[in-house]
Design a protein around this ligand. Structure first.
Ligand code: UD1
Ligand code: CA
Length: 459
């Protein structure tokens, strides 16, 4: 049976007071609309249709993907009008699931339950018991058998109806053929002069079709984002949900209230994460990895036993980055795209590594830059040393062999090769390849002016 999923996302989102369309605001690093699309992805719909209007170009560009189509609603005359626009795009005789682009935390299981209860013939509403139902459409039930009779919008509701705490979440599953027919019959004789999708409920009841209300098991699933306050509340709720999931899987978080994951975190056993860490993109932490406070970690694989000390910034971007077993990184270290660190590598404070491979046991402990470099095993890379990898037009590689000792404050002007076991004297600017085992020194010779006197201040 064909399943259409329709996501309404044409509204303006005035209360966000933002130039960005509401559904593109981010929650845990992903747009509100992308959350909705992701949670209904496992439903394997025949069609996924997003209704766009305000900021349509931007919204369509942001979420366009295979199997997603767009229908524009201009102007926006209400939720019923939105579904009228989509009618020609609906496939088959089965079920149409209607979701909201600004209600990001709808769970897959709930969406599935709506579709299954509909089964192409019942009208199924997702409802929620709200402490404060102000603004919500109210579910009117038959006092005798509890069956759903209608939805009355808050602005059209009588004082008695406003006492009802069961609200309509804005999500439903409807038989596609009947839905097409019903939205064709909507009028806008109501308090807001809009075409209300919710008016189809009374039509279904009048036709004798089964109308069911399914209650969401958590309020957070049906909460919409209308302003930055609500966005931040959902963000926190989502973060707590993720943090609890990780802790149940054995990750030890110092404080789930000070943990942010904007992507996916895979982990081994006995992982410990101190406060105020932000994880983004795809991060993998091996067994026993410990992350100190205040780290920002994005797109990287960190092997077992590695320690990431406080205030470290890792961003593998698209290229990714990796940290080997038992490596020690930070505090105050910066790993950039293409940093590939072997086992037991040490990267200390104020050291930046970009597009460089460091073999087992290599160390750069203080104030250094390694860019476009290949560094051998057990290399000691001194404080203040840098690879001059950029000549103003192109990037060049530096190759440092095993057991090389680079003194402090050296400039290695790429392209250059330092042979195995070589030593670079402190303060050298190295522009020529160094033979294995050699000592290379390239700096002004020290002179001693015996008997020299310091200038004295003129009167
Ligand atoms: C709607 C429901 C209300 C429910 C509430 C839950 C109607 C008439 N009312 O009210 O019963 O309790 O949601 O949040 O459906 N949209 C369009 N085109 C439009 C109007 C809206 O695409 O012309 C989209 C919005 O972008 C939004 C969704 O539909 O994603 C809901 O619109 P909104 O204006 O928030 O509906 P409410 O009036 O709050
Ligand atoms: Ca709303």
């Amino acid at each position: 049976m064909a399943l259409n999923i329709v996501i309404m996302a044409a509204g303006k989102g005035t209360r966000m007071k933002s130039a960005t369309p509401k559904v593109l605001h981010k929650l845990a690093g992903r747009s509100l609309l992308a959350h909705v699309l992701k949670s209904c992805e496992p439903l394997a719909a025949s069609a996924r249709i997003v209704i766009t209007g305000h900021g349509a170009d931007q919204v369509e560009a942001a979420v366009s993907a295979d199997g997603i189509s767009f229908v524009r609603q201009m102007p926006q005359l209400g939720t019923g009008h939105a579904i009228q626009q989509v009618v020609p795009a609906l496939l088959g005789e089965g079920t149409t699931l209607i979701l909201n682009g600004d209600v990001p935390l709808i769970e897959t299981a709930t969406a599935k339950a709506l579709v299954e209860a509909c089964a192409g013939h019942a009208l199924v509403l997702l409802t929620v018991d709200l402490v404060d139902p102000t603004g919500y459409g109210r579910i009117i039930r038959d006092p005798d058998d509890g069956g759903v009779l209608a939805i009355v919008e808050h602005k059209d509701a009588t004082p008695e109806q406003r006492l009802i705490h069961e609200g309509y979440s804005g999500m439903m599953a409807a038989p596609t053929a009947a839905l097409k027919r019903w939205v064709g019959q909507l009028t806008n004789n109501n308090a807001q002069g809009e075409y209300y999708l919710t008016d189809i409920v009374a039509m279904a009841v009048a036709e004798g079709l089964p109308v069911l209300g399914i209650k969401a098991h958590s309020e957070i699933e049906v909460l919409g984002v209308n302003d930055p306050v609500q966005l931040s509340q959902l963000e926190r709720a989502f973060q707590v949900r993720q943090a609890e999931g990780l802790m149940r899987a054995g990750v030890r978080l110092a404080d789930p209230a000070r943990f942010d994951l904007r992507g996916t975190l895979t982990h081994g056993q006995d992982v410990e994460i101190d406060v105020n860490c932000v994880f983004e993109g795809d991060v993998s932490l091996g067994d026993g990895v410990r992350v100190g406070a205040n780290c920002v970690i994005r797109n990287v694989t960190i092997a077992a036993g590695a320690r990431i000390h406080e205030f470290t910034h890792i961003d593998g971007e698209a290229a990714g980055a990796s940290v080997g077993e038992g490596a020690l990184i930070g505090p105050f270290a910066r790993l950039r795209p293409g940093a590939q660190l072997g086992a037991e590598v040490h990267i200390g404070n104020f050291v930046e590594v970009k597009n460089s491979t460091l073999a087992k046991g290599a160390k750069a402990n203080h104030l250094a830059y390694l860019g476009d470099a290949t560094v051998g095993e057990r290399v000691n890379y001194g404080a203040g040393s840098i690879t001059a990898n950029y000549d103003g037009a192109n990037k060049h590689r530096t190759t440092i062999g095993d057991d090389v000792h680079v003194g402090s404050n050296c400039v290695l002007v790429a392209p250059i090769k330092i042979g195995n076991g070589a030593t670079i004297g402190g303060g050298s600017t190295i522009t020529k390849d160094v033979t294995p085992g050699d000592l290379a020194v390239a700096r002004g010779k020290q002179v001693a002016l015996t008997g020299w006197t310091r200038p004295t201040k003129k009167r």
